[in-house]
Design a protein around this ligand. Structure first.
Ligand code: PNS
Length: 162
C-alpha cells in the first residue's frame, strides 16, 4: 500500500509547544511526517540558525519513529515532490491565520494539483503561542516556561544571556 507522507513546513524560529502539538497529531494521521525548516530568503533576521533549529527539534521531540527533520530552500511544492509528500500540514490557531493560510494553500494547489493542504488545530492552550511572541518575551527577560519545550527555553536563555 502507498504510504502517506506529510510535510510540515515552517520557520520554527524557534519551535513552540504549538508546533509540537501539531507534529504529534500529524504523526498519528500519516505514515511519515517530515518537519522541514524553510530557508526563507525574506527572513534573514532569524534568531536561530537552521542547525540550531534542527537541534532543538531533535531534542524537544522524541519517540516518534515516523518523524523526520529536514531543511530546504526554494518552493515548497518542489521539495514536497522531491520527498514524495502527498500532503502539506499547517496549523491554524485563530481566525487571523486563516487568510494567509488560505492564500498559501490555494497558491500551492495551483502550483501542484496533486498536493493537498491539511489544516490541524492545536489544543486551546496553544492558540495564542507564536514564535514571534516567544522571541519577544524571551528577549525582554520574560518567562516562556510552558510555551516552549524546556530545551528550547534553555536555548533562548543562552541566546539572550538572561
Ligand atoms: O512558519 P511560517 O514562517 O509561517 O511558514 C511559511 C512557509 C515557510 C510555509 C512559507 O513561507 C513557504 O512555504 N515557503 C517556501 C517558499 C514557497 O513555496 N513559497 C510559495 C508559498 S505559496
Amino acid at each position: 500500500m502507498h504510504k502517506k507522507i506529510a510535510v510540515y513546513p515552517g520557520s520554527f524560529d524557534p519551535l513552540t509547544n504549538g508546533h509540537i502539538d501539531i507534529i504529534r497529531r500529524a504523526c498519528r494521521l500519516f505514515d511519515k511526517v517530515v518537519t522541514a525548516i524553510v530557508l526563507n530568503p525574506n527572513k534573514q533576521n532569524s534568531l536561530f540558525s537552521v542547525d540550531e533549529r534542527l537541534d532543538m527539534l531533535a531534542n524537544a521531540i522524541d519517540g516518534k519513529t515516523n518523524l523526520e527533520f529536514d531543511s530546504f530552500e526554494g518552493l515548497l511544492v518542489d521539495y514536497a515532490d522531491q520527498i514524495n509528500a502527498d500532503v502539506i500540514i499547517r496549523g491554524i490557531r485563530a481566525f487571523s491565520d486563516f487568510e494567509y493560510e488560505m492564500q498559501m494553500a490555494l497558491m500551492n494547489k495551483r502550483l501542484s494539483d496533486e498536493l493537498e493542504t491539511v489544516f490541524l488545530m492545536p489544543r486551546e492552550e496553544h492558540t495564542y503561542v507564536s514564535s514571534r511572541l516567544v522571541k519577544e518575551i524571551a528577549s525582554l527577560g520574560g518567562s516562556v516556561n510552558g510555551l516552549v519545550h524546556p530545551y528550547v527555553e534553555q536555548q533562548l536563555i543562552k541566546k539572550f544571556g538572561n
